[in-house]
Design a protein around this ligand. Structure first.
Ligand SMILES: Cc1ncc(COP(=O)(O)O)c(C=O)c1O
Length: 421
């Protein structure tokens, strides 16, 4: 029997992967599935980035630990241009996905970690690997699942005197909500009071339905570390390229992070780093045009799902960004309970087994099991198809319905099921 580190062996397989396997098995058996479980952007990687990657395959050298200098420069310039934030290139780290660097950062930070829920699935397991002390802040649907100043104050007050790190994710996976400037400004004095370190996960920052880039807490609070990358806005999760911006106020973190990287992944693949320059170089307007189009499609589809859910008495704040909605079946609780559905896990299994609709249970996003909530990802379609059509046609909900009839079909099926309850 091999002895395995208990902090790792206690981790369960990611919920997302498990549901994908079940969906794959159903599809292999030719069973129709509405896959609302998997959050991968359906669009092509902007062609300029693909072309640059093809042109850079000869780059075989190890690149610097912190990343390719010109890439770090375009990212820092991009942040200055779009958000007015001044990070110099030597405050930028490049990593194989933002997830990896987040893990390394969590590993080197001591103290207490605050995680608002519903939360992205991976923060907690990453912190559990190092046995960190973690605390949930249970946010409310009525506040669009955003932490309020009083909730933050209460959480920080309990940890007074200790080093506190807050993980904020806006636009959010799983809720599709985005903190407004006003909301972030209201949090800043509390962050200041408890000298909180903020890790601001902004991987969906360009998937914002109201502005080109989401407002960052870094604009109002200096001790903010930003993470981002190619995976979501640029539809290139498999390229595995992310970044982290460390502010001057936290520059003590730079040397240990650099050492950690040099002893682990060393550096990100060279061709990918060269290709990624195109993603944040503000002169590459075609790339930005593509990703703005992708966001407009997400907006139309997210708006449609929000509307349909509201008509079905399913509780959810309106879609504002990312490509998820966190929905609550509280209105149907008694009826669902009478079918033996008492937990969000049972609800997800029921929806998949009986309706062929795959969603992830709220409990995987650290909500109470008894809360009948699930996450819906509304990206189960081939994005290239609509991108092609948009060369000749204008984007509209009708065009979406024509291109992807399965979207309406899945929602109709759910509605039919709820009306017969
Ligand atoms: C909220 C959130 N943060 C971070 C990540 C990780 O992204 P990356 O591909 O950059 O590692 C994801 C990916 O699913 C995510 O949804």
């Amino acid at each position: 029997m091999i002895k395995i580190n208990k902090d790792i062996s206690g981790l369960k397989e990611s919920a997302t992967l498990a549901i994908n396997l079940k969906v794959k098995a159903l599809r292999d058996a030719s069973k129709p599935v509405h896959h609302w479980g998997f959050g991968q952007s359906p669009f092509p990687v902007p062609v300029e980035i693909q072309d640059e990657l093809k042109a850079r395959t000869a780059h075989k050298e190890y690149l610097p630990t912190m990343g390719l200098e010109i890439l770090r420069k375009v990212i820092s310039k991009y942040y200055t241009k779009v958000l007015g934030l001044s990070f110099s290139f030597d405050q930028v780290f490049i990593s194989p996905g933002s997830k990896e660097l987040m893990f390394q950062l969590f590993y080197i930070l001591e103290g207490e970690f605050l995680i608002p829920t519903p939360s992205w699935v991976s923060y907690l397991p990453q912190l559990k690997i190092k046995n960190a002390s973690t605390h949930f802040i249970h946010t409310q649907e009525s506040n669009q699942y955003k932490v309020t100043p009083s909730e933050l104050e209460a959480a920080c007050d309990k940890l007074k005197g200790r080093q506190i790190t807050l993980i904020l994710n806006s636009p959010s996976n799983p809720t599709g909500q985005i903190y407004t400037e006003k909301e972030l400004k209201a949090l800043a004095p509390i962050l200041e009071k408890y000298s909180v370190i903020v890790v601001s996960d902004e991987i969906y920052s360009q998937v914002d339905f109201n502005q080109k880039v989401s407002t960052s807490v870094a604009s109002f609070y200096l001790k903010t570390i930003i993470t981002g990358g190619l995976s979501k806005s640029y539809s290139a999760g498999g390229y595995r390229l992310g970044f982290m911006l460390i502010p001057k106020e936290l520059e003590e973190l730079i040397p240990p992070l650099k050492s950690f990287i040099s002893e682990t992944f060393s550096a990100v693949s060279a061709p990918i780093q060269y290709a990624a320059v195109k993603a944040w170089d503000t002169k590459c307007s075609d790339v930005f045009t593509s990703i703005e189009t992708y966001t407009q499609v997400h907006k139309i589809i997210g708006g449609y799902y929000s509307l349909r859910f509201a008509e079905m008495n399913i509780l959810t704040p309106k879609a504002c960004g990312s490509f998820y909605l966190f929905i609550n079946f509280d209105y149907y609780k008694e009826k669902l309970n009478s079918l033996g559905i008492m937990t969000s896990t049972q609800l997800s299994h029921y929806l998949l087994d009986q309706l062929g609709i795959a969603v992830l249970p709220g409990v995987d996003f650290y909500r109470e099991q008894g809360e009948l909530s699930v996450r819906v990802a509304y990206v189960d379609y081939d994005g290239s198809k609509i991108v092609d059509k948009l060369k000749n046609e204008k984007l509209s909900l009708d065009l979406v319905h024509l291109s992807y009839p399965q979207i309406k079909e899945g929602l109709d099926m759910l509605e039919d099921f709820l009306t017969t309850l």
